[in-house]
Design a protein around this ligand. Sequence first.
Ligand code: SF4
Length: 414
Amino acid sequence: MTMTTEPTTSRAAGRAVDAGRLFAAGVHADLDAHRRAYGDLPVRNPDAMLAELEASGLTGRGGAAFPVHRKLAAARQAAGGRRGRAPILIANGTEGEPLSSKDAVLLRNAPHLVIDGLLSAARTIAARNVLIVAEGDSLRAVERAIAERPDARGIEVVEGAEGFVSGEASALVNLIGNDDPRPVDHTARLTTAGLRGRPTVVQNVETLAHLALVARRGATWFRSVGDPVDPGTRLVTVSGDVPREGVFEVRTDATIREVLAALRPDFGAIAAALVGGYHGAWVPERSFDLPLTALDLAPFDATPGAGIIRVLGADHCALSATARIVRYLAEQSTGQCGPCVFGLPTMADRFSAIASGHAPIENAADLTRLAGLVVGRGSCHHPDGTARLVRSALAVFAEDVRSHARGRCVRRSR
Ligand code: SF4
């Protein structure tokens, strides 16, 4: 997709679009603009900060939606106050997912909010090493921001690696520790034994920006918007068949339709949206009134993931679009695990055969069975995410699958 460099702000969409939190300092905010908008970062007692985070309900915005306070508390407990076990904190600003640009937009426009969150989280767990991993212009924006403030001089900046799975937490740790950007199968959790065997916390940069706001304004303020179970706001990257693409900050209870309304699309010309990215799931247009939460999207096995909505026009072949993604995902395997080496290329071949109309209807059932076989058997979740996408496409576009098996596509393919 075309890289969006600034957040898309639009009041026209009503309550769904709320760009007032993460980008209150404006675009490309320097330290002065940041301080004018947010004031100084308060120094909070670690126990009080953990309690505030727990009360806020803040979850990770990198895809897994893990409660932030639990990850921090686990690392602090594993360290046990011993100097040799002092935790390592890593801010993850890499975006291997081709449909996401929200972390790049955040780092380029609000790097000081991310740094605030990193410093606050580091203080909370008494981290001895603090790093930010980013790429390209985002990395340079972070370096400029660090140079502006003495309190950030101890932060180490690391250049991320290319590749879909290189942003996975264990891959980041492997990159930093061994210059190898492949995920590692961890028998122990990273929060117990990560980089250099020390308790390690990897947090997405957007998560840290929200954490900085909780540190300043508290849990009650944070929960004042959004879904009661998963409160606050989130960044969403919207792309595909819409009048323009963009990165929005939206309330977590905004529906898919409310988010897209900011772009004024012709909903009648939309077939579906891929929600959550390449490891996500398809949601048909008739269900766009569902809020963008894991609970509400559960019937489709979808989650917001890293905040991604990819819109598919009604005149584009959903099966061909999915086949291209499955092929890409098969090629993104790091070649370490059986399900990726043997399962994903076969799944890509079979999906391509279905999409091109060269496969009998039985192929769909066979593909569903194959997708079930790879789940939970890789070192990382790459096979699981690929299987989710395949099963989702076969279910949501079942009528298309039947038409293709009869040798004809109900839509015009690109
Ligand atoms: S599951 Fe696939 S992508 Fe993940 S580590 Fe194994 S081979 Fe690499």
